[in-house]
Design a binder for this molecule. Sequence first.
Ligand code: ADP
Ligand code: ZN
Length: 754
Amino acid sequence: MIGQSAMNNLNDRKRVEAPDDFSLPRQFMPEERVAILLFFAVDKLYDYAVPAKMMLTVGDIVQVPFGHRTMYGVVWQQGQTDSALTRIKYITDILPLPSFRLPLLQFIKWVADYTLQPLGAVLQLVARDPSVLLGHSEEKVLSCEGNLPKKFAITQPRKRVLSSIAKGVFNSVTDLSEDANVSASVITSMIKCGVIKIEHTAIKDLFETPDTGRRHLILEKEQAIAAKALCELLKTKFSVSLLEGVTGSGKTEVYFEPLAAALDEGKQVLVLVPEITLTIQWFNRFRERFGCVPAIWHSNLSKKTRKQTWLAIANGDARVVIGARSALFLPYANLGLIIVDEEHDSSFKQEDGVIYNARDMSVVRGRAESASVVLVSATPSLETLTNVASGKYKHSILKQRVGTSVLPKIALIDMLKNPPIRGDWGKSWLSPPLVSSIDEALAHGDQSLLFLNRRGYAPLTLCAQCGYRVECNNCSAWLVQHGAARYLQCHHCGSKSSPLLECPSCNAKETMVACGPGIERIAEEVKARWPEANIVIADSESLSKDQAVRQLVEKISSGATDIIIGTQILAKGHHFPNLTLVGVIDADIGLSSWDLRASERTHQLLHQVSGRAGREEKAGSVLIQTREVQNPVMQSLVMLDSRSFVELEKQSRQILKMPPFGRLVSIIVSGKKEESVVKVVNDLSHISPIIAGVEFLGPAPAFISMLRGKYRYRLLVRGPQNYLLQNDIRRWVGKIVVPSSVKIQIDVDPYNFY
Ligand code: ADP
Ligand code: ZN
């Protein structure tokens, strides 16, 4: 193993040069020296010699001896070693895997340079360990016999199995039983009586080819214009477009057109989404349009599915891939189109390990692959809108909802004038106007969604006697109350503790009180006010499994639910036909955080949530509870005027020279010993270079000054828009000697400032 400090320490870095010409695959002959990039988080290439009878090409995946171990790597370029001076080892094997294509190598190099991460760490985003991809080209597949035997009793669990198997491919009894939510014995009994068969199939046959010729929805005029423009762009070598359309304007159906066109040209398509578990309705639509399901990629795939999917993508058998941000790094055989749905969403930013923004890097990948990139949103990011304004990105707009549906009416409720009235259950968070609107919706048999972006019961617990606030032992953050048992949990490190019976500070008994609401507390009030109503809570805890999301979405769509209480997890993309009222409990939550995008994010989120209302014939209304009625975010929502908000936000960023009108790089220094952290951050600050137009802000303790028991200090570098800071930062940080107990993390284009 190479030591931890070597990985962290930029000091060790010798820059890896790009091969002279990445566009020409270079063949190597026996006895030649080649430089190998190992699947390992370092920024170095290692030279090896090509043994007799081995023909190697750039991009081949090889096995090499490394110290006493065997390691794997990618053939990167010609070796640098002077062979007369060094004893050099031979490559031991070429792995029978598809070679990495040059656009992928180019992409890896570009990402490493831009994000200032070790080249090997970026390579590991493509495959952590290629040896697990070897072996078995055949898989077990469970399938259903068309005719059921006469004596076969169709119980509820069996019915679920049949409906699961009808919609996809399952490679094991476990996979199927998980999907159908039945015990494995239900399936084995079905195998015994011959209803389910086990076959062996080649991996490539596991991935169905989408049928682009199926009959589908007829696009409306605006949709058709946008779809045509996007299809035209596929003919150019590389392009980026923004598909901007109000909520419910049918953006998905629009981008299905260039998707189909790219497939017809024999290309692969990647669809990136913020949260894959939330895309159940998307899958249904895809199946209706293309007659099969696409390949799925995210971090929780089983080992086996992961391997199959990776290979099918590398071989070109998986034609459409839908995935979370990590799908951007897969070794596509022939990528023609990348779609980034909800491009404004901050979950495209990977925050640990290799820190990158998948939205931005998708443009880089598109360029490397000569593919088209389509960014999709109802509320595009300021970065994207700026690129549209400068002509770098093309633009298609959908101004109307499809069919007869119209955008909902939005009203603000001034909480200073309409304070909630306390009830028998205790404190209240719903204002009288919101309560009467819910009454009305219930009377009409319509659904309401109450939105609060805060998990748990209460965000803070304090002592009524001395004012002591309960904090996490490992983080500078308050503990959040959760669940009926009122346990306490830190939302930063996840640690849980039991409820406090006495105050740790003044020892008074039973004085600890919950402060402020989380969605569980809102649910308590709703149950007390409308005991007859059918209520569901939707947050990341209750929806951590695919199964749970599917059941919930089905339940809500069927109209069985009266009131939904949810966090942002339900705000995105869903289409619930009976939902007419959206109530935002506290619109001001996001505004107070110190974050340059606080207003922008609040605007996007509230816009998205509002967009869930009245998506079919029944008109929708949205009530937003706020204490800041005059805030431009709130005003733009009421006026249905995103443009004026965006203009205002643009001006303020321009004045402050903040992104996208300036560049930021954040440097976080962390460690268990505060003095060591302070020493490193001060040393760094003392030797910060002098560059015209570049400012070094800090050092200062980070907003969360302790996280998981580590002290954190921050330096922020701000530079002009037209100047890349990476080279200066690399040289500067590389001069510092860092003890192994201290970690320096570099975040280029930071989104989080905690
Ligand atoms: P958006 O993503 O823009 O909010 P969706 O793509 O979710 O909108 O579309 C909203 C609804 O309208 C979906 O149920 C979709 O199937 C339907 N839809 C979209 N385009 C059409 C069309 N041309 N004709 C009929 N229904 C459509
Ligand atoms: Zn914590």
